[in-house]
Design a protein. Structure first.
Length: 349
């Protein structure tokens, strides 16, 4: 019963705090005003991700209290995650340079890797990685996830939906692989509840946006939970990689194509696959529901397969990513504004 109480409690906290934050943002003029690169058409309050941070933090305190072993290891991810949330909040309020954000994200990722190292080595089923290489890739992955969630938080409901799916999917795979609900699964359930509570106000048409405080924190948290699960449980790294495949694919394909053209990767743009589709379809909700359908019908079964059959995890990951990469290219991910998807498809040949 405890996992469902954690889920419901986080959902309630997030829903209440999101509404409180929405009113506060309106009163203080913390609004996201549309510009040429926006996907919304009216000024909308931002910073609602504070509710996700608070709900997960309360759940984290509960998990620390009930955790039977090694409570100290829980402190490091918490401190690092709060640092990421704080720099996101400052960026929402006054704007920060990309260098400052990157420095904080990098240090936070390093803190997580050092703080959770005592939980066990990082293992990837089927791959024999040098510890230094594994650590470097883990650090890079955490920093990238932190930023890509910010990049992917561009239409109503999408980032909140992805956060709820990945965290609940991780909790399910942890349970199926071990038969128990451990502290990682509890925090994952809390994350899912927090995202669902926030979605009550962010579902299309959104009444408030997540902001950098929420998107950065959520990306960092999901990456941390995935790495932590791999180190502390029988779960293999293919599982979180598969669950995150939709966002990783769109963001990475877009980044690589923009960098290849010499564009500044950190500048705002509207060339992600999901952004192009939302303009083509004229609907945020249609894109978000399509993404949810892909997650549930395609990625979740493959993640469960990887959780139950670690020896097939690599194959499952390839099967998961291949059509998503192809779909992102066909949709025109990373192409200049105004370019057609068909041009994108021809340019890769």
């Amino acid at each position: 019963m405890t996992p469902w109480l954690v889920l419901a409690g986080a959902m309630l906290i997030a829903a209440v705090v999101t509404e409180w934050t929405r009113r506060l943002a309106i009163d203080h003029g913390l609004l996201d005003v549309p510009n040429a690169r926006s996907s919304h058409v009216s000024a909308t309050p931002r910073g609602g991700g504070i509710a996700i941070v608070l709900a997960v933090a309360v759940a984290g305190v509960f998990v620390v209290v009930v955790s039977p072993t090694d409570r100290v290891v829980l402190v490091w991810p918490a401190l690092a995650g709060l640092a990421v949330a704080m720099v996101g909040l400052l960026d929402d309020r006054q704007g920060l340079s990309a260098g400052i954000r990157f420095a904080v994200h990098s240090i936070a990722a390093l803190v997580v890797l050092i703080g959770t190292a005592r939980s066990g080595p990082l293992e990837v089923a089927g791959l024999d990685l040098d510890p230094f290489v594994a650590g470097a890739l883990s650090w890079l992955g955490l920093v990238w996830l932190t930023n890509l969630f910010n990049f992917m938080d561009g239409i109503d409901g999408l980032a909140g939906m992805e956060g709820a799916f990945v965290s609940s999917g991780l909790a399910l795979c942890l349970y199926l692989s071990s038969g128990t609900v451990d502290r990682i699964a509890l925090i994952s359930m809390a994350t899912a509840g927090a995202c669902l509570g926030f979605l009550a106000w962010n579902w299309p048409p959104a009444k408030i946006f997540m902001g950098d405080v929420g998107s950065g924190f959520l990306g960092f948290l999901l990456g941390t939970l995935g790495l932590w699960a791999v180190r502390e449980t029988p779960l293999n790294l293919w599982v979180p990689l598969i669950l995150l495949a939709l966002f990783v694919t769109d963001a990475t394909v877009t980044l690589l194509r923009r960098v290849a053209r010499g564009e500044r990767w950190y500048q705002a743009h509207r060339s992600h696959a999901y952004q192009r589709l939302s303009r083509r379809w004229g609907s945020h909700q249609s894109v978000t529901l399509t993404a949810l359908s892909i997650n549930v019908a395609w990625l979740l079964p493959l993640a469960i397969l990887a959780a139950l059959r670690g020896d097939l995890g690599g194959v499952a990951a390839i099967v998961a990513y291949f059509p998503l990469v192809l779909g992102a290219i066909i949709a025109g991910a990373g192409m200049p504004d105004g370019a057609r998807a068909s041009d994108s498809a021809r340019s890769i040949g």
